[in-house]
Write a protein that binds this ligand. Sequence first.
Ligand SMILES: [Zn+2]
Length: 107
Amino acid sequence: MKLYKNFPIVEAHVVNLNNIIFKCPFHKKKTFHYHGSCGDLTNRRTHRGSHCPSKELKQGYYLEINQKTTRAYLGSINQILKRDQQLLNQLWIQQQNIKGTYDIIEN
Ligand SMILES: [Zn+2]
C-alpha cells in the first residue's frame, strides 16, 4: 500500500456531511468502514485510528478524499444514493473555494 507519513493511505469511497466511508479490501465479505467527517467535504488526507482488525490497517491510516471521491450518502445496503448528491457537490465547491486548492505533497 502507498504510505503517507509511515501510515497506509486508503481512498475514501464516499464522503458526506456525517461520514467518510471506505471500502476495505482486507475482508472476505464486502466491508465498509465509517469515520466521522465533521461536515468537511473537501479534498484532504486525514489520519484516523483504525476501525479495521487487519494487520495491514490496524495501526491506523490516512483517509484520502480527492477529486474522484463521490460526495453522497449510502443506503441501507451501502449503495450510493442519488438523493442529495447535487446539494453535496454544491457545498463541496463552496467549502473548497474557502479552503483553496488541493495541496497534498506527494512523498
Ligand atoms: Zn477492514
